[in-house]
Design a protein around this ligand. Structure first.
Ligand code: ADP
Ligand code: MG
Length: 289
């Protein structure tokens, strides 16, 4: 009899701990991650919620990592929601879902479905996170509750893409998060940070973080990384400005303007398939001889 009870107990699914209301507490308790000050502020804006959020943080400051945690939190808190991830290419968007899978593998499998997939994360509460190619048409057919646009400033056809995203979230009052280091000024990402009339700060949460706030011990950036970047960019101050100060820089001295460069990235829309994303340090910089 005793053995039968024990067997029954073992077969029962263990009760899953509830998801904390605060994503910062969630990050700490579920992943052992201590949020930085700027990550805490972003979490606050996300839960308020601001429906439009733009994140302009320097390289390696924890943009993708933290937004991935926020998206997991959101999915676990809201059954049945559909969250989209877009970027300069499907590959970039898939890197996000892979990151999410990596994080999920650290918590109880009771929260999500396995096996892990490359373009999709399914949760036990039927929430779904999906990576999309850089093609507005693919997004148009969906109803989305949140969208994360990674490397936003590097994504071509920004207006078409944003239009499609707006339609997909028209009935859901969804949350939009765009995250990027700066690139071209001729882009929606720039306007969201600078056009106070179209994107008033009462409605659009803007977050800017330079290497100063992201460097250890305040943030995850290793001072050695900062020094290396300083050295590497000494002949190209614009690059330092964009990547580490997270500020837009003058690009007139470039042979090709920056937005022409991002428009040349092959996408599903313009050539029928997403080409490999080319990291910005390889385009028109000292990295290419
Ligand atoms: N709060 C944090 N605590 C510890 N490590 C962090 C934190 N936020 C980010 N990281 C780490 O910093 C690194 C860079 O993060 P990532 O999101 O890839 O940067 P970005 O997208 O800004 O370039 C990752 O290895 C991530 O694990
Ligand atoms: Mg990133």
């Amino acid at each position: 009899m005793k053995r039968a009870i024990e067997k029954k107990k073992a077969l029962q699914k263990p009760e899953l701990p509830p998801i904390p209301d605060d994503p910062v507490v969630f990050a700490r308790e579920f992943f052992g991650v201590k949020a930085t000050k700027y990550q805490r502020k972003l979490a606050e804006a996300f839960t308020k919620p601001f429906l439009t959020i733009v994140v302009r943080w320097c390289r390696q400051s924890g943009k993708s990592y933290w937004v991935a945690i926020l998206l997991i939190w959101y999915a676990l808190k809201h059954a049945n929601v559909e969250i989209g991830i877009v970027g300069p290419s499907l590959r970039q968007a898939k890197l996000y879902t892979q990151r999410i899978n990596g994080l999920l593998s650290k918590i109880s499998p009771g929260y999500y479905e396995r096996p892990f997939r490359k373009t999709m994360v399914r949760f036990s509460n039927l929430a779904l996170i999906q990576a999309f190619p850089n093609n507005p048409e693919t997004i148009r057919g969906h109803t989305l509750d949140a969208v994360c646009w990674t490397e936003m400033n590097f994504t071509a056809d920004d207006l078409d893409m944003y239009d499609a995203i707006s339609y997909a979230m028209a009935t859901t009052n969804g949350i939009f998060i765009g995250e990027s280091t700066p690139w071209s000024r001729n882009h929606l990402f720039y306007r969201m940070f600078t056009d106070d009339e179209a994107y008033p700060v009462s409605e659009v949460f803007r977050s800017h973080v330079s290497w100063r706030d992201a460097q250890k011990p305040k943030g995850p950036v290793d001072p050695k990384f900062v020094e290396r970047k300083r050295r590497e960019t000494s002949s190209d101050p614009s690059r330092w400005q964009r990547e580490m100060e997270a500020e837009w820089a003058e690009d007139e001295d470039l042979y090709f303007p920056l937005d022409l460069a991002s428009n040349c990235i092959g996408t599903e829309k313009n050539i029928g398939q997403d080409l490999e994303y080319i990291p910005e340090e390889l385009i028109f910089t000292s990295a290419v001889s």
